[in-house]
Design a protein around this ligand. Sequence first.
Ligand code: TRP
Ligand code: ZN
Length: 494
Amino acid sequence: MFLTGRTVRAARALPAGPTPPAVRTLPATRTFRAVGCAVLAALALAACGGGVQGTPGGSGVRDPYFPKAGNDGYDVTHYALDLAYDPADRHLTGTAEITARAVQDLSAFDLDLKGMDVERVTVEGERARWSRSGQELVVRPGDELDRGETFRLTVRYSGTPQTITDPDGSEEGWLAGDDGALALGEPTGSMAWFPGNHHPSDKASYDIAVTVPEGLQAVSNGELTNRTTSDRRTTFRWHTAEPMASYVATLAIGDYDIRRSTVTGTAAGELPVYTAVAPSQDGPARAVLARIPEFMEWAEYNFGPYPFSSTGAIVARPNVSDYALETQNRPVFPGAPGTELFVHELAHQWFGNSVTPKSWRDMWLNEGFATYAEWLWREDHDGDSAQETFDALYDHGEDEHKDLWSFPPAKPTSAAHISDSPVYQRGAMVLHKIRQTVGDDTFYAIVQGWAADHRHGNADTDDFTAYVEETAPGEDFTGIWEDWLYGEGKPDRP
Ligand code: TRP
Ligand code: ZN
């Protein structure tokens, strides 16, 4: 496909996405509580003022694969992290100021935090009792929180953040070396470096401030709003206005060449591009990153308006991590990326970061789309067509992906398998089956409409199948869902 001008590959006009929510100003929450008690007193209910009405929030959100991830009872709207780190002693000190809304009357609630020493917790400025149990930090505020109340919580903590080994054996959390550190969070690694509601269903805006020894750099999500040096330490302040799931929060500290440029002509106009490259990767990485405007143009043409207010990449030196991750605004790559890997991680900004899974079961909605983006890129750039890629996978896929038919994309067998090839390759095959059924115009309407409808939200597989059925009402998708999405084993020849 030859691209003319910066248009959107649209079968229909796209609705403009909602304006990203600004960081909220908070109402004086104590007022709500006082009113609530006054009303209760008037009704002669004795429980107010000392009595316990609320119940503790749950220690997880019943994710089918990570039952302890996330917490019930509140919803975070903003994280303000103020961190200091020195690679010389691998010590992190942090204050997390978390703004959240209670979704039930709460006598206590949990945060997820793995390792680290907690020094002090306050709720609405008052010291709160807390305890720890595994990855749960249980906070008991002096005054109960009322349902609907917005509250501010601070946690002061310090220590050496942990590297976490995933159920699939990969390493995430805090990956530290003598010369720096890299934070990667999929699926549960972010609890190694800040306390929070670490489940994709609770997205929030972020301000991440990081102080490092002068001469080192600190790169995170969003836009760099300030950088100051004093006492031989430099503080970098990064701001993320759009909702972000904590698993795509990142922080890279070390010797990086950070550059800011712009990409023009995107749906939102001009966007900042921040790239951070480890010096050893300079030549090959800069050659790929110079093409970011081209990748952005191609991606908007296919997927619709880019959902965030800056873009870029972080290229670490190889071996810090052995995989790439679609960290919001700027994916992390373990060394200079190839074109298709770059396109994969860029596609995740729409599919994963803006439209985020409701649970880890819906992982194929991330990886199926990002893998299909690679197929489309190839098709649009004189490589195999998506049909050829599909056919080759169907016929010989097991040569390269030996577990390709071991489970259906929408039902990984366990947490250890959420990043296996049925989620990626067979997930992409589901999308290709839909395209075969509806044709290109409707297919791109589905791809772009799905991204637009759930922009900055959360969605699951049922939402997706319902969306496809709504958008192509004349077609019957039952066979695709039964055989390709949910069916065990290799589907019959298409
Ligand atoms: N999401 C990453 C990608 O496709 C890969 C990945 C890294 C991953 N860590 C993971 C997938 C943990 C599932 C679970 O670019
Ligand atoms: Zn991916």
